[in-house]
Design a protein around this ligand. Structure first.
Ligand code: IPM
Ligand code: MG
Length: 369
């Protein structure tokens, strides 16, 4: 069965990294006979330029009619320097999350033996890191009532029990397939919404007797993530804390260019690299496409195609193991964004490909590098 993919490359390096993800998906098609049908649509600053709206209705309709959304990145310096701009690329993303009901954002953080040197932390602290951050994405302070008064401003943080239950259920279910530990991060010593999270999640834990639930205040969690990152298995938290902690956790690995994410919920799920639009690198063919490629792997895993997803991950491992990557990875052999995409696609279609010396680059005859 053909899977319909809405492709939203967005701004900056988004289109370049998404091109590589599509190359890899085409390789999966070739090797496993899976079929994809892509429909491209605008989002972010490019959409504002064309239509005045960061999420045109046509884009939203395409997303709603697709099996998944593959998303690049949004953002442009022209808006970053003007927080009062009436129309902003981020509004497109927030509206997309709300319209697709994407209540859970999943960010797996794992380390790679050949990339330990990138981490600002000591190698022995990071070498066995394997965590899944589950961030609530459509509630809390992001979406509560906000406004200005004569001499102030407010942002309300509101959560309903069902909003907590549906993501907590996912957290327990994921934990059952992993190391069976859920850490709920909140600020229950201060915030009423956090106390509701604690009550709700604690009640639900009785349905998952094998899962160990622990709680952590967010300030302490920010510290523990750096001090004992390997402690965490599934980290469950609300929208704003999740925004902050997931960026912090991405530093453990040392490169934003490696981390994928999935946002799932009521309608079409969305898959995107966690990095931003990196406008300085746009068009240079130097961006790291691996986060986008691993996001495509999450997407096909979500379709139930585990072997295909694992094949993509294996290809990434093999490449890194050979000391090959984009320049940001500081590996012995650096290649462009598009070349890394070609090599990974080749490793998928020709699993027996061997690595030879750099001058022997020959992508169509089972010899790469
Ligand atoms: C993220 C981003 C967004 C967020 C911005 C762009 C609105 O930081 O996806 O983490 O705060 O959720
Ligand atoms: Mg963020």
């Amino acid at each position: 069965m053909k899977k319909k993919i809405a492709v939203l490359p967005g701004d900056g390096i988004g289109p370049e990294v998404i091109d590589q993800a599509i190359k890899v998906l085409q390789a999966v098609s070739e090797r496993f006979g899976r079929q994809f049908e892509y429909t491209f649509a605008d989002v972010g600053a490019v959409a504002i330029d064309k239509t005045g709206d960061p999420l045109p209705q046509a884009t939203l309709d395409i997303c709603l009619q697709s099996d998944a959304v593959l998303f690049g990145a949004i953002g442009h310096p022209r808006y970053d320097n003007d927080p009062n701009a009436k129309v902003r690329p981020e509004q497109g993303l927030l509206r997309l999350r709300k319209s697709l009901g994407l209540f859970a954002n999943l960010r797996p953080v794992t380390t790679y033996p050949t990339l330990l040197h990138l981490s600002p932390l000591k190698e022995d602290k990071v070498k066995s890191v394997d965590m899944l951050i589950l961030r609530e994405l459509t509630g809390g302070i992001y979406f509560g009532e906000k406004g200005r008064t004569a001499d102030g401003a407010y942002d309300h943080c509101v959560y309903q029990v069902y909003e907590i239950e549906r993501i907590a259920k996912l957290a327990f279910e994921y934990a059952m397939t992993r190391r069976k530990r859920v850490t709920l991060v909140d600020k229950a010593n201060v915030l009423e919404t956090s106390r509701l999270w604690r009550d709700t999640v604690t009640k639900m834990a009785t349905d998952y007797p094998e899962v160990e639930l622990d709680w952590m205040y967010v300030d302490n969690a920010a510290m523990q993530l750096i001090q004992w990152p390997a402690h965490f298995d599934v980290l469950l938290t609300e929208n704003m804390f999740g925004d902050i902690l997931s960026d912090e956790a991405s530093v453990i690995l040392g490169s934003l260019g490696m981390l994928p994410s999935a946002s799932i919920g009521l309608h079409t799920s969305l898959f995107e690299p966690i990095h931003g639009s990196y406008p300085q690198a746009a068009g240079e063919d130097i961006a790291n496409p691996i986060a986008a490629i691993l996001s495509a792997a999450l997407m096909i895993e979500f379709f139930g195609w585990k072997e295909e997803a694992e094949t993509i991950r294996q290809a990434v491992w093999r490449l890194l193991e050979k000391g090959v990557g984009t320049p940001d990875l500081g590996l012995p052999i650096a290649h462009s964004c598009s070349h890394i995409g070609d090599m990974l696609a080749h490793l998928i279609t020709e699993p027996d490909a061997i690595f030879l010396k750099e001058e022997k680059i020959n992508l169509r005859s089972s010899t790469i590098i």
